[in-house]
Design a protein. Sequence first.
Lengths: 315, 315
Amino acid sequence: MTVSRVLRGASGFSEATREKVLQEVERTGYLPNRLAAAFGPAGTSTLIGVCVPRLTSPLFGSVLEALNLTLARLGYQTMIGSHNQLPEEEEIWLRTLASWKPAAVVLASRVHTPGTVKLLRDMAVPVAEIWDLTTKPIDLAIGFSHYDNGQEMARCVTSAGRRKIGYVGALGSRNTSGRLRYHGFVAGLAETGLTLMAEEILQDQPGFYAGYYGTETMLARRGDLDAIYFHDDEMAIGGLAYLARIGLKAPQDIGVAGWGGMEAASILPRRLTTTAIPTTRLGKTAAEALVSRLRGDPVDEVTIIQTRLVPGSTI
Amino acid sequence: MTVSRVLRGASGFSEATREKVLQEVERTGYLPNRLAAAFGPAGTSTLIGVCVPRLTSPLFGSVLEALNLTLARLGYQTMIGSHNQLPEEEEIWLRTLASWKPAAVVLASRVHTPGTVKLLRDMAVPVAEIWDLTTKPIDLAIGFSHYDNGQEMARCVTSAGRRKIGYVGALGSRNTSGRLRYHGFVAGLAETGLTLMAEEILQDQPGFYAGYYGTETMLARRGDLDAIYFHDDEMAIGGLAYLARIGLKAPQDIGVAGWGGMEAASILPRRLTTTAIPTTRLGKTAAEALVSRLRGDPVDEVTIIQTRLVPGSTI
DNA sequence: GCCCCGAAAGTTACCGGTAACGTGACCATC
DNA sequence: GATGGTCACGTTACCGGTAACTTTCGGGGC
């Protein structure tokens, strides 16, 4: 019991005892069993569940990396899942997670099944929804508005004089944050009295290929566009590759805008017009907010992470 | 007890009882507490620790995704860590993991501290070392030979008639698998009596920037190269961007080879010469091998995942 | 010297699933 | 009908850390 107190930094022991305990811990190589600790009294678990759409995206990877690192430093461990943009898979994951009695949950999605919401309430633990900002967070929300990102980019595109504008998206109806950017973009165009002249929303995962073929397909239907907004930078770069192949130059012949601020966007022959997302800051902020809540400190329910439109030179 | 037996699919209950149990489980929404299960008798944990160099790499992301998915389907949960190519961080992570008494461990690295090895032995659980093949696996090894990858690429480069060859690497001395490719590459060149004429090994994380500036630096010292082998595809693409900027064309003016088979490599104006890694297969195979071992089924200690040299057209 | 108080340290019970073992019912066999 | 065996199901103890409680000890005030 005294060992437990010393190692947890609780009170109720003398300095001399503390020394002795630490020495003995060192000598025997004693490792406390976190499983037993988490299993015991409620509120002693240091396990946090995190669910993201996919692990293969550098953007989410970077958020995860920051979350994981920050939580580890604060004494928490993460259990990770991916839902592939399917709310049902998120629920299945959450059900498994719930059986591990985590101290908190991080969800990188905006859309949840009713089952997910009920389960979260039953679990009665802090929940951080990251990435998208929701109007009504279940508990905490840390992110930014994809809608605003789209709208801002529309203003950038129209103020550059572009008028015949297309959109290339991905993930079909499963997409959520991408669709928000799309709607924001459309709304932004409407401010100048414009509408989208073409759109191509693929079922595929976003990626270079998808951008390449999406652009090809859209231009086959509608060849006179003077700008394209892409789901993300990877697709924009794929699109640029297709444009280069058919001899169109950005920005002279056609404008191109992406989203996400991936590193490659800045070493292209012409720096890509995009929106940069501070993923590391997002992950770190989310981790810190969650731990504050777990410790009972006051926390803002909604934390906005500022994104930045990178003008680049492809619009 | 009977409920436990039914839910675990153990024996010792009648069909009628099974039905009743399942009905009641459904009705009450009973969720077994995996924490308690894992905490109890040894060998009942379904927790598996996985440590990769970083979460931001699409290559590792893809391995993780496959691992995670396959393990989840087989009834296991993963606890993830990243060590940033530092064996000491791996040990720190493993120490934390050990306190969760996992059923098995997956390590995506070849180099371990003595502390790590001792800890793994003390934990006495199956260990899968993935990514690199080691000559003496601690337990299981699933991967491929980075050395062979490098050697094979050297043969490809020399057989294309290249003679003045440079190398651009990353991660400085922390690199392990990259260095193996480097050594294999040098050995491959030696077969034709060649040596590397220049090399530039950055301290940075591999990435587009690093490839861009690494190429710039190396060419400033040695401008007459006719081919460059890069740490990976991202760096190769960064290098290509720099070459394009100074007016050099691949493969006419200079040959370029990467590694990793990233998607973007295939939509470049000229398909990048690279080595494709079946990351999903690697992750899935590792997960299955580990679970076989956990179940006591016979498993190959070493599983080789076949990589594929993609000739492309930049050499 | 006595009492009281607070700090330090010890004791007990609990979390929930499962291995090991115990019990009872039923059936076949001699 | 006594015996032995098997199957279904119940009972007990245990894993290890911690909350809550009890005990012990030392010191200060009267």
